[in-house]
Design a protein around this ligand. Sequence first.
Ligand code: FES
Length: 205
Amino acid sequence: MEKERNEWVYTEKVKDHFLNPRNILEDEQSYEDDGKGIVGNIKCGDRMMMVIKVDKDKNVITDCRWKTYGCASAIASTSALSEMVIGMPLEEAYHISPKDVTAQLGGLPEHKIHCSVLGDKALRAAINDYYQRNGMPEKVQKEEARIICQCMNVTDHEIEDAVLDGARNYYELQERTKLGTVCGQCKDEAIELLEKYKKKHFGEA
Ligand code: FES
């Protein structure tokens, strides 16, 4: 049976990772990282730091630590993510998505999925930092935002955030971002992206 969107249900795995988070960064000063990523989601009031150690011959992550001021979902998903990436090649780790982490946790309440993106954003920042520090700037992948609605200055990243935040149709997207409320020329592209991000994060279109 389909769960209510606002139902407050956590799986046992989520509770376990929240109550016993793995790989927390205890002593930031003495940890000698090879890459560090710090991201914040102003909207949520969340902040996440992730550090990694890397086997430089194999480009494989050998350790991953993190700390956050995020909510239960951010803590549980980053804890699970940190376990997943230890022993993983950088290239593979870079492409882990919130959907992969959510699956590992046996699901998250849909309205909390946006909290789980913090960990993988911080991980990508840490991997890019490792590439920068080790003379591989050509490997750094930039996640540049593209403006979709020129009138209201709304980017594709904001559309993705709105979908993660619960927007499921064009009107809900407009409510959250105000796109399409002036000339309306961005509507088709916005709907295309809405469907793309729904599919990416929730497997629906
Ligand atoms: S481009 Fe979006 S309302 Fe004009």
